[in-house]
Design a protein around this ligand. Structure first.
Ligand code: FE
Length: 181
C-alpha cells in the first residue's frame, strides 16, 4: 500500500505551473535573500571583541530575534550568557563547546539551546577559525559565574553595533537597513 500522497498543488499540469494569482498580504514584510552568507566583503563582519565578529543576516524587530554568523579566530572563553528564549545554531566551520556540557559542536552540527540555559562558550586552541549561524531569540544576557547580569544584547543593540561599524568603514550606517524586517 502506498502511504504517501502527493502534495496538493493543482488538478491539471497547467495549473501546477501557474503562480499564485493574488497579492501577498499587505502586512507581510518583504522576503530577504542574502547571496553570500559568508561575505566576500570583509567589512560586513562587525567586531564585538578581539578576533570575534558577527555578520548580520536578519534583524526581526517586530518579533525580537536576529539571525547572524558568529566568527571567532581566537582560543579561550568567548562569553558566559543566559538565554531567556531558545537559540538555534548551525556550525559552518570549526568547533566550539560550553563549559557546562560535555558535547562539542562540530562542523555540520545543529545545536538547540533551551530557554533558561546559562552557559560559557569556549573555543579550544586547536581551532583556527570557527563560524556558526545562530538564530537568537529575545536576548543574550551576559552574566558572571553566579548569574549576575553584566550586560545584554538584543536585536536593537545588534542593529546599533552594525550601524556604528558600517558608518566608520565606508559601507554606510544605512547598510544595515537591508537586514531589518
Ligand atoms: Fe548560548
Amino acid at each position: 500500500m502506498n502511504t504517501t500522497s502527493p502534495m496538493p498543488v493543482a488538478a491539471t499540469s497547467e495549473e501546477r505551473w501557474t503562480p499564485y494569482r493574488h497579492p501577498q498580504p499587505k502586512e507581510s514584510p518583504p522576503e530577504l535573500v542574502v547571496p553570500n552568507v559568508i561575505p566576500t566583503d570583509e567589512r560586513v563582519w562587525v567586531p564585538v571583541d578581539e578576533n570575534v565578529w558577527f555578520r548580520p543576516l536578519l534583524f526581526c524587530v517586530s518579533r525580537g530575534y536576529w539571525m547572524n554568523l558568529l566568527k571567532v579566530r581566537r582560543a579561550g572563553v568567548l562569553s558566559r550568557h543566559r538565554h531567556p528564549l531558545p537559540v538555534h545554531g548551525y556550525v559552518l566551520k570549526g568547533k566550539w563547546r560550553y563549559l557546562e556540557h560535555d558535547w562539542v559542536a562540530t562542523e555540520g552540527a545543529y545545536v538547540y539551546e533551551a530557554p533558561g540555559e546559562t552557559h560559557t562558550l569556549v573555543v579550544d586552541p586547536d581551532v583556527e577559525e570557527m563560524i556558526t549561524m545562530f538564530q537568537v531569540n529575545g536576548a543574550m544576557i551576559y552574566v558572571d559565574p553566579d548569574g549576575n547580569c553584566m550586560g545584554y544584547d538584543d536585536v536593537f543593540t545588534r542593529i546599533d553595533k552594525c550601524r556604528a561599524h558600517y558608518a566608520k568603514n565606508g559601507l554606510g550606517a544605512e547598510y544595515v537597513d537591508q537586514f531589518i524586517r
